[in-house]
Design a protein around this ligand. Structure first.
Ligand SMILES: [Zn+2]
Length: 195
């Protein structure tokens, strides 16, 4: 089945990974003239209900390790791979590559875009009863020290105007920034819509 999906993806001109994610689904809808939602990820509520493409939280078999296209550092230590849900792996790799192409290594470092603060983490939301989007491996955090949950514009470093393109790149891949949407948790991005 995987090879068949790959052949379909080649024909559609989308990323070839053998998995039907939103990008492939969007392209199929377009070809068939089906009124789809396009290249969109499910909502948080859909993810939590267990009815979305991401399945249940904490499932190791849904996770993959990806090699970032530029060096990332976790608490100052270089990370070899980052662990995410297999359905967002292509989007994450492509987004980081575009970040590298746009900013270059020096600017990436200056803005803290190489300061990685975690992705997959089987946990509940802070103070909440529901699972965090991190529990599905569909959220990533960057530069946590200077973008704490309660920090707002312009104190949160990722809210700076120079980071506009960083967010645009992620948003082009369907990711959502809580900072951009709600001016909280600027470290965080997720492949699930807020509503
Ligand atoms: Zn987060």
């Amino acid at each position: 089945m995987k090879e068949t999906i790959k052949a379909i993806q080649r024909k559609l001109g989308v990323g070839v990974d053998g998995v039907i994610g939103p990008e492939t689904l969007g392209a199929i809808c377009k070809v068939l003239g089906v009124e789809g939602t396009g290249n969109e990820w499910p909502t948080q509520a859909e993810v939590r209900s267990g009815w979305s493409v991401f399945g249940r939280p904490g499932r190791e078999e849904n996770l993959v390790n990806i090699e970032p296209p530029y060096p990332l550092y976790y608490e100052g230590k270089k990370v070899q791979t980052i662990r995410v849900h297999n359905l967002i792996a292509t989007a994450v790799k492509q987004a980081l590559q575009e970040v590298l192409d746009h900013y270059g290594l020096d600017e990436i470092h200056r803005l803290g875009l190489d300061n990685y603060s975690g992705s997959y983490n089987y946990r509940k939301t802070t103070g909440g009863a529901s699972y965090s989007m991190h529990a599905w491996g569909i959220a990533l955090d960057f530069a946590a020290e200077t973008n704490a949950y309660s920090m707002h514009k312009p104190q949160a470093t990722l809210s700076k105007p120079e980071c506009e393109e960083w967010w645009r790149i992620w948003e082009r891949h369907g990711a959502v920034s809580l900072g951009r949407e709600r001016d909280v948790d600027w470290m965080h991005l997720q492949f699930a819509r807020l509503n």
